[in-house]
Design a protein around this ligand. Structure first.
Ligand code: UN1
Length: 508
């Protein structure tokens, strides 16, 4: 038995305890293939329209019950779920590795992100604060209160097959909403495992109605059903800008709300005063980590002319020694691309960059013994004099475009020059540069970092980006407000009816 097969066995048996049995998942049109070696891990069927409608009816019914449960009790369910995830962390992480191809430590990090957001949501369940507002009328008071919204659809991508659902679901649940999850067709088993865990916790929780959380599988048509469905007040979607544009238009067409977390094209600026080791480490993790398959992956690097040669030389060295291989290997830093399509997209983009005059280092396929069918690549460094078509878009692969810059203002303009606006970073010891970067005249992204890369955000902050990244904010800070409806309330405790703005309307 290969190491991968042994690991699947281990993960499956540990998860079987909570009702997830991979061995039974043998029928259906959605095929889960391991990026490690292309092996089929399981199959699941797409949901049929009639089952979809039944699921939605259950969600609506669950909403009627759940919205009346006190928020701290809703938080208690999320607390218990977080505890269950803690108890199964290694098995869940192994599944992420097998189905999404993440190296062991990043897979464990993703499960930790699930645990962290549960903890955050539990605290939040006692802090869904509204406002009291001074009324201009005597013996009146005004309030702003937050109420549950209704069923929330969550559409997630393969690259964070657990964490992104958890960011959404944990908040939606404590806010009083049922959740309907449509995971990526590439990672159905990971979703099933995490969701079975949720279901087993919810079954034992007296106040949790049936259908509080649903998992539905399917390709594009199911995404369209969710987007068009008036029964769903909020659709939260993570994925490509192309997908998000469709979801946004469909949801807006019915006056629903969408929360979009779409493509990124994240940059880092390495300033004259940058600490070299820190910069090289930050660049390598952000650009090559997760095999370049995070929305927050570093894709464009701007190095000051005075540091360019030295930094690029260090990077070339670091890149040539990065261990590419099975993500189960203890010292592997770069696992496989998710599938053949991702590999082809990378190669096409590199060919276009070469044709446009770029100098390309790395990017070739790497053969991993025993895993010949997996798409392993050496991360690529692409030196450019000026932007090209390829450097303006997001290719979901480890390609880092490297540019030289002269002035901090010019580098900030370059950072902001693309249509995406997710994450950004500056490596500097110069306070005036870092303050400029973080100011209104600085980075135009949803996330701006100093002396760390653009990826690897903590759950405590609101996560998301501007422009074609979609404008949504998930996870920490006050992102919870997207999952509730705001109500402005005015109460008159006098015996008369004074009108606002001094309006007179006397009746006999
Ligand atoms: C994503 O790639 O969809 O900031 C999310 C990060 C992670 C989340 C990435 N915490 O890189």
């Amino acid at each position: 038995m290969s190491a991968a097969a042994a690991a699947t066995g281990h993960a499956s048996s540990s998860l079987a305890a909570i009702g997830f049995d991979r061995a039974r998942l043998t029928a259906g049109d959605i095929v889960s293939r391991s990026p490690l070696d292309g092996r089929v891990l399981g199959r699941v069927p797409s949901i049929a329209r009639a089952d979809y409608d039944a699921t939605l009816a259950r969600s609506r019914a669950a909403f009627i019950v759940w919205r009346a449960i006190p928020a701290p009790r809703r938080g208690e369910l999320v607390r218990l779920f977080g505890e269950a995830v803690r108890a199964h962390k290694p098995a869940l992480a192994e599944l992420i590795t097998l189905e999404a191809g993440k190296i062991t430590s990043e897979a464990a990090g993703e499960v930790q992100e699930v645990i962290d957001i549960c903890d955050f949501a539990v605290g939040l369940s006692r802090q869904l604060y509204g406002l009291t507002i001074a009324s201009e009328r005597p013996r009146h008071h005004m309030l702003e209160r937050w109420h549950p919204l209704g069923p929330v659809a969550v559409i997630t991508a393969f690259n964070f097959p657990m964490a992104v659902w958890a960011w959404n679901a944990s908040l939606a649940l404590i806010c009083g909403n049922p959740v309907i999850w449509k995971p990526s067709e590439k990672t159905p088993l990971t979703a099933l495992a995490l969701h079975s865990l949720f279901e087993s916790v919810a079954r034992d929780f007296a106040e949790a109605p049936a259908g509080l959380s649903a998992l539905i599988h399917g390709a594009r048509p199911v995404g369209e059903w969710l987007s068009d469905d008036k029964r769903i007040p909020l659709v939260s979607a993570t994925g490509s800008t192309r997908m998000g544009r469709e979801v946004a238009v469909r949801v807006a067409g019915r006056f629903g709300r969408s929360l979009l977390e779409l493509g990124g094209n994240n940059a880092m600026i390495v300033a004259p005063s940058a600490k070299e080791d820190l910069a090289v480490h930050a660049i390598t993790f952000a650009a090559a980590g997760t095999a370049g398959q995070r929305c927050t992956t570093l894709r464009r690097l701007y190095v000051h002319g005075s540091r360019y040669e030295a930094i690029v030389a260090r990077l070339k060295r670091a890149y040539s020694t990065l261990k590419v291989g099975s993500p189960l290997g203890a010292d592997t830093l770069v696992g496989p691309l998710v599938d053949a399509q991702a590999f082809e997209a990378m190669q096409t983009t590199l060919a276009a960059a070469r044709a446009a005059g770029a100098i390309v280092h790395g990017g070739e396929r790497v053969t991993v013994a025993g895993h010949e069918a997996g798409y392993y690549v050496r991360p690529a460094l692409v030196e450019l004099k000026a932007p090209i078509e390829a450097s303006e878009r997001e290719t979901f692969a480890p390609i880092l475009y490297v540019f030289r810059y002269d002035t901090i203002e010019g580098s900030i303009a370059a950072n902001n020059s693309v249509v995406q606006g997710l994450s950004s970073s500056l490596i500097t010891q110069d306070l005036s540069e870092s303050e400029l970067f973080l100011s209104a005249e600085g980075s135009d992204c949803g996330i701006a970092n100093i002396n760390i890369g653009p990826s690897g955000a903590e759950i405590g902050g609101a996560f998301g980006g501007e422009k074609e990244t979609g404008g949504g904010r998930e996870s920490g800070s006050d992102a919870w407000k997207a999952y509730m409806r705001r109500q402005t309330q005015t109460v008159n405790y006098s015996a008369t009816l004074p009108l606002a703005q001094g309006v007179k309307f006397d009746v006999e």
